[in-house]
Design a protein around this ligand. Structure first.
Ligand SMILES: [Zn+2]
Ligand SMILES: [Zn+2]
Length: 78
């Protein structure tokens, strides 16, 4: 079974390859602290100002609050 990156729709033969790809995927630049998911900027905001986590059962919102840039989150965790 193929594993598909839900951000850029590339497919991978194994889950490990997909995991590795997700770390570098240029389409998943935002990260939700609340649910731990990554997603694209355009899936989280319509006006570039109000951000909301696109995950169905998550109420994370606000850039710099629940939602962060992946690059910034990495720096914060080190
Ligand atoms: Zn991807
Ligand atoms: Zn979330």
């Amino acid at each position: 079974m193929a594993h598909t990156c839900r951000n850029c729709k590339r497919t991978f033969a194994t889950e490990l390859e997909l995991d590795l790809h997700r770390d570098t995927c240029s389409e998943g630049q935002l990260f939700c602290d609340n649910c731990g998911e990554r997603f694209t900027e355009r899936s989280a905001t319509t006006d570039g100002w109000h951000y909301r986590c696109p995950t169905d059962d998550c109420d994370g919102e606000g850039i710099g609050e629940d939602i962060h840039q992946v690059a910034n989150a990495r720096v914060a965790k080190q």
